[in-house]
Ligand binder design. Structure first.
Ligand code: NOJ
Length: 755
């Protein structure tokens, strides 16, 4: 069904259980594409500048997309396999780093179609290489079904607003203009274009004329007829369709490039298309893309006996983490890209896995998050910097603390304090250095402690569902206390490095630690939180949701839990399953704690209610490493490798991609144990990367150098690792779990270390 090969995965059957996606991007123009050519392109934001229709959750699944119909006599087929009923005789799809390639053959015609977004123009490039066994004249029809750029407005106001759209031909370049009233940023809205680098015989801009009534992408009428009708569109449902006549000589390969791009004006479109059509443009763009990923992935490479883990660590995990860093939780097969913007907590965690690759990118993103912080230290929950919409201002107890963690990681990676002096505005006026910002994060926590002394939950902590236990403003989060406990020593260390007194941070730590070990300890594990009514959630005394994963793992991560070992043993005893660790046990019914104030409407075993929550599994791996239990850390790590979980659950139960992490997998209390959900955009990507690189390999940037403190089981030993830190390449061979420290010497280019 699929095979991994270096930095790519090749899929042999088009009808995977769900669309298996890939993302392409140059930072401005983005495309998500499936193994069957379905997908969506957008300029900067899928909320307000979405280019084409992708019909989420509808049947047929995974429509529409980026299709090229090949009309060979009466036969019509697509190299993407979908959406034609007529299928290629030979076919494969390959997802690589920033590109997807289809290789297909039918009736002696061989097509290789490579889709990617290059650095030099804001365009999705479709590079088609066509070959035939015998002389043939074929017609090809590249096609994109356009939509209104604002997806929500389209759902609500399409009946009026669609008459403000236009789509027309400008010297064989099709242009789409979204000039709808009331759109948020008309002056920044680009025109969209569609062009080829071969002569255009005809075109269509009116979707209904091209496709025909009661038909679909499966069999457009103008493809069947073999002729586009040169339809324009000034009001209605637009599309881009080109008719290209191709004369293939036996054995000769012809290249046709199609460009789906954006530019601000017609003049700029002309320039952009001229550039795209230059002889070496496509090759140069593809080469640059390959070099970019080669460079990016060279920062951390490993060679280990477990080859599934190796391909995840070297390729897919950092690739997925980079995509999360860019897109937050915005748009995927599961998320419709309508109202997620940039989540402060989510993005702050994504930054952790960008730090070893590019601290400037990490800093710019973190600075954006600091602009969402108020002078009292709390943060907006998520924001919309591209769309210009008002942020979601709910106050959660954890958002501001993630900022401390991200900033600390940047300082350690760079080995200098400069970043702490960068000045960033507050959301509510004024500005401060990064150092002041993160101090405010702690201050806010201390100003908002509950009756028992733990941080108030406010609108919930990391666990979205807990918002119900604190609506009266009294609920307290034991987990946030541990999160605070994790970052307090960072603050003390930074204060010391800055020559300031950081004792107060250590004092707070001790005070919170005491609470954790007294009030929060339940006998076998740490309790999760305290409700408005003063009840402990996550206690053996409760009938449901007795034990929660996060307060066990973070009791160890924070170093606060005197009973951390016992707590993690309880995780294995009550929460571990063959497909990963459940978030809570037992899953809840919808009348717990009471019918009126229930914690969840999730079905048992799903999502927040007792699924294997992959994001939280990463923290259990880290905790086991801290405790020195290499075998258990490996077990937890290995069972969640997507290709392993997929194999164990079965491809048709697991459904999601075997090359990227999912947010969660239905747990054993569900009738679909093993069903993976919300793949690609999940905090699992960043944290799994941190868990394996910094805790299992134990290779961690410290202020003065590199710490190597491995916790590797036999399946990962011996390990050869390359890690680039501050421009210096460290070649590390690990044969045993022993702690080493290598001081960084400025100007040195290479180190070789064996332990
Ligand atoms: C997914 C959300 O994006 C994230 O913010 C949250 O922390 C987790 N779910 C857990 O509830």
């Amino acid at each position: 069904m699929y095979s991994f090969n270096n930095n790519k995965i090749t899929i042999k059957d088009y009808n995977t259980p769900t669309p298996w996606m890939n993302y392409m991007s140059n930072g401005t123009f983005h495309t998500m594409i499936s193994q069957a050519g379905g997908g969506v392109a957008f300029y900067k934001s899928p909320q307000i500048w979405r280019i084409n229709h992708y019909r989420f959750f509808h049947l047929p699944t995974d429509r529409s997309g980026f299709y090229t119909y090949i009309k060979d006599g009466k036969t019509v087929w697509c190299p993407t396999n979908e959406p034609c009923r007529e299928k290629p005789e030979k076919w494969s799809a390959t997802h690589g780093m920033g590109y997807t390639r289809f290789e297909a053959e039918k009736n002696g015609i061989n097509v290789t179609a490579t889709y990617f977004v290059g650095e030099f123009e804001n365009a999705l490039i479709w590079n088609l290489k066509l070959k035939s066994d015998v002389d043939k004249k074929i017609t090809i029809f590249p096609f994109v079904e356009l939509g209104m750029m604002e997806f929500m407005r389209e759902l609500q106001w399409q009946c009026y607003n669609k008459h403000q759209l236009s789509c027309y031909n400008m010297d064989d370049v099709l242009v789409y203009k979204y000039a709808v009233e009331m759109q948020p940023k008309p002056d920044e809205t680009p025109l969209v274009y569609f062009a080829a680098d071969v002569p255009v015989k005809a075109f269509d801009c009116d979707r209904d004329e091209f496709v025909g009534a009661y038909r679909s992408e499966e069999n457009p009428q103008n493809v069947e007829k073999g002729e586009c009708t040169n339809s324009t569109l000034y009001g209605g449902d637009p599309c881009f369709a080109l008719q290209l006549e191709i004369d293939l000589k036996a054995g000769e390969e012809k290249t046709v490039n199609i460009f789906l791009g954006t530019a601000m004006t017609e003049e700029e479109i002309k320039k952009s298309v001229t550039h795209c059509r230059e002889k070496d443009f496509v090759d140069k763009s593809f080469k640059k893309l390959a070099e970019h990923w080669e460079e990016h992935l060279s920062k951390f490479r490993c060679e280990i006996p477990d080859k599934d883990a190796e391909v995840m660590i070297n390729v897919w995990n950092p690739y997925q983490a980079e995509r999360n860093f860019q897109f937050s939780r915005n748009i995927s097969f599961y998320a419709t890209g309508t109202f997620r913007g940039v989540g402060v907590r989510d993005t702050a965690q994504d930054i952790l896995a960008m730090v070893p690759f590019d601290t400037r990118r990490a800093k710019d993103k973190l600075n954006l998050l600091f602009t969402q912080q108020y002078k009292d230290g709390h943060c907006n929950h998520y924001c919309f910097p591209t769309e210009g919409w008002e942020p979601v201002t709910r106050i959660h107890s954890d958002n501001h603390l993630w900022l401390v963690m991200a900033a600390y990681n940047i300082i350690m990676e760079e080995g200098k304090l400069d970043y702490l002096d960068e000045i960033v505005p507050y959301y509510d006026g004024g500005e401060a250095t990064v150092w002041e910002h993160i101090k405010k994060s702690i201050d806010f926590c201390m100003e908002n402690l509950g009756e028992n002394g733990f941080p108030l939950m406010l609108s919930s902590d990391w666990n979205d569902m807990l918002y119900k236990v604190c609506r009266k403003g009294k609920g307290e989060s034991i987990w946030t206390s541990m999160q605070l406990g994790t970052v307090l020593p960072y603050m003390a260390e930074l204060a010391k490095l800055k020559g300031e007194d950081g004792q107060k941070y250590l004092d707070i730590y001790e005070a919170q630690k005491k609470l954790v070990n007294t009030i929060a300890w339940d006998g076998e594990w740490y309790r999760r939180c305290i409700t408005d009514e003063g009840t402990f959630i996550g206690s053996a005394k409760e009938p449901q949701a007795k034990i929660w994963l996060n307060t066990q793992s973070w009791s160890v991560i924070s170093g606060m839990g005197d009973n951390g070992r016992k707590a993690m043993d309880s995780v294995e005893k009550y929460l571990d399953t063959p497909l990963g660790i459940k978030k809570i046990h037992p899953a809840m019914t919808t009348d717990y704690p009471t019918k009126d104030a229930n914690l969840t409407m999730y079905n048992k075993g799903c999502g927040e209610n007792g699924s294997v929550f992959c994001h939280a599994n990463t923290w259990a791996i880290i905790a086991e490493c801290i405790l020195g239990n290499a075998d258990r850390a490996y077990k937890y790590y290995h069972q969640l490798l997507p290709m392993i979980a997929q194999k164990k659950a079965g491809e048709w139960r697991y459904k999601a991609e075997p090359y990227v992490y999912a947010s969660n997998i239905f747990g054993p209390e569900s009738d679909k144990f093993g069903l993976a959900n919300v793949s690609w955009l999940t905090g699992t990507a960043a944290w799994m990367y941190v868990a394996v690189t910094q805790y299992m390999f134990g290779i961690k940037a410290k202020y003065d150098g590199l710490e190597i403190n491995p916790c590797l089981s036999k399946e990962m030993l011996p390990a050869k690792v390359t890690r680039v830190l501050r421009g210096c390449k460290y070649e590390i061979t690990i044969t045993k779990n022993e702690k080493t420290f290598v001081s960084h010497i400025e100007g040195r280019k290479e180190y070789s270390i064996t332990i």
